[in-house]
Design a protein around this ligand. Sequence first.
Ligand code: AMP
Length: 273
Amino acid sequence: MKIISTPLELKRYLKTINKTIGFVPTMGALHEGHISLIKEARKQNELVVVSIFVNPTQFSKDEDLDKYPKKDGADKKICEISGVDILFFPNAKDIYGSDEVSLMAPKVRGFVLEGLTRPSHFNGVLTVVMKLLNIVNPTKVYFGKKDAQQLNLISLMVKQLFMSVEIVAVDTVRESDGLALSSRNIYLSKDERKEALKISSALYLARNLITRNILEVEVIKEQMLNSLQPLEIFYVEILNHDFEIIKKVEVGRSLVLVEVRVGETRLLDNIWL
Ligand code: AMP
């Protein structure tokens, strides 16, 4: 595995190679969720590039940028074992200068759900993903369905800016008890870890109701909100796959999303039904 830390060096190297490229952008502290993206990229492409970059512009001043988990040594080993060809490991100063051009998330879809309480978040996400895609110029790029709003906004960006990369959406990997894997799970104390199970339980509750043909969004949301108590709830929402509001669940075309705070940690999860 080659480790490259500057955009210029990576661009130069990739220019010499005539292969299909699968790209997996991450913020490190890699877990089985990231590994499943890498495995998918490995299956579908001749060359696999993973980036590890904790993007400062998607964190607001009062968020956890400085204490975001760092596991550089373990991450490198995981990438090597998973068959990554190139690990791109830039510094913030390699990616950002001063007085920068940046992207704006769409005014509606970028500022609801997670974007409502983190208003600059998706501007930062879209800007860094655009930069990384321009550096790597991959055939396919891999994102997790767990970050459903991020996936939706990046898909919009690729479509609306007429970009030619193909986006591959990968299913959420969970612990055996249902908790979705997240780099932030390491912040959870033992008790908080137990409380966090309310998130997947609420999603499974929604799935059970829908299986029993209870399809009214308001009815399902109310039961989910009750089951999540006493956690601080940012949102419980049921939308169609295009992130539009619906009144009744249409099986095969709906998405149930939850974001809560457990202790100090924001956790989000969803299921596609
Ligand atoms: P992050 O390092 O948190 O920015 O995540 C990098 C990529 O991994 C994103 O596309 C995430 O959606 C994806 N990802 C994170 N957690 C999971 C998970 N539990 N299952 C599948 N993909 C995930």
